[in-house]
Ligand binder design. Sequence first.
Ligand code: GMT
Length: 375
Amino acid sequence: MKIGITCYPTFGGSGAVATALGSQLATRGHEIHFISYAQPFRLGRFNERIFFHEVEMEHYPLFEHPPYALALAVTIHDVVRAHDLDLVHVHYAIPHATSAWIAQEMLGEEGPPVVTTLHGTDITLVGVHPSFQPITQFSIHKSDGVTAVSDFLRNETIRDFEVPPDRIQVIPNFVDIAIGKLSERCRYRHTLAKENEKIVMHVSNFRPVKRVLDVIDIFSGIVQKMPSKLVMVGDGPDRAIAMDRAKSLGISDKVSFLGKHSYVDELLSSADLFLLPSSSESFGLAALEAMAAGTPVVASNVGGLGEVVVDGKTGFLCTVGDVETMTSHSLNLLSDPVLWKSFSEMGLSVVRSRFSAAKVVPLYERYYSEILGSR
Ligand code: GMT
C-alpha cells in the first residue's frame, strides 16, 4: 500500500507512535509518505520506502496566526496526487482530521480514504473545548476509519462526540525497540548516579497534566529514606517550577534535568523506577516504554493507564495527587529486590504479549484493508 501519514513532528507520544508505525509499515513493504511541518523527531536513517513532505507555509504579515490547517490540506492533496496514495492516516484529530477531509473534498472521486487515530487531548481536553468541539466532531464523523489508543479514549469519544460505538476501533500503542535488552540495563547508570544510589526517572513534556511537582515531592520522600537520584527527561512549561520545588526542598543536587531526548529507551533501562503521576493520560506511552525497558512504574490511576500498567504486577496505580501512597509504593519496590524483579519481568512479558510491533502493526494493516474494502 502507499500510505500518507500526518502527525505532530515534535516530542510527544502521538508523533512517536505515528513514526514507529510508518517505519514498521515500510519494513513490511509499504510505501510511506510523512506529511508535516517538520521531520518527525524519531524518523531515523534513510529508508528507500519512506518519504517526507514538508508543509510549506507563507508567512504573510497579515497572518498573525498562519493557517497551517489549510497549508496541510493542500500538501496532503498534492502528495496524494503526485504519489497516487491508497490511504491517508492522520494522528491527533486537531487539525489533521479536518485538513485530510478538506484534501479529500478537493480530490473528489480520486480522494483516498482517511483514517484518524485519536490520541488523547484531541478528545479529552482540546477537543471538547467549545472552540474546537463542533469541527472535531464533524471531522471524526467524516473520517472513513477511526481508531483510539485505548478503551478509555474510545468511550470518551463515544460520549462526547456522539460517534456510534462500531465506528471506533481500539488499536493500542506499541514499542518498536528490542524489548528488555537487559545486557544494556546499566549502560548509563554510572553517569547518572553513584553505585549505591537508586535511579528514579520521569519522561514527559512537562505540561501541567503531567504533575511534575508530584514527581519532585514523591522523590523527596524516597531520597529521605534511601540514597537515590531523580532524572527528569524532557522539557516544557513546568520545568522551572519543578526546579524551584527541588531547590526549596533542598534536594537540587539529587535531581538532574536532562532536557529533550529523541530516544529514551537506553535512559529508561538505566532506571530503577519510572514515575508518571499525571492527572489525565489516555494511554501513557512513556509508561509502556519504561516497562519495555524492564523498569517498574508508579503512576496515577487515570484514563487508559490501567490498560497499560498492571496494578500490583508491573507497577502501582494510585489516586491522582496521592503523593504519600505513591512514595510508599516506590519505597517498597526500590527496597525489595525480589518484588522489583518480578515487576520488571512481568512488565517485559506484558509488553511482548500485547504491545510489541509484531502484535500491533498487523492490526493497522488489517484495519486499512477493511476500510479500503468497504469503499
Ligand atoms: O494528547 C496529548 O496531550 C498529546 C499526545 C502526544 O502527542 O503526546 O499524548 C497523548 O497521546 C499519547 C500517544 O498515544 C498517549 O500515550 C498519551 O497518554 C496522550 N496524552 C494524554 O492523554 C494527556
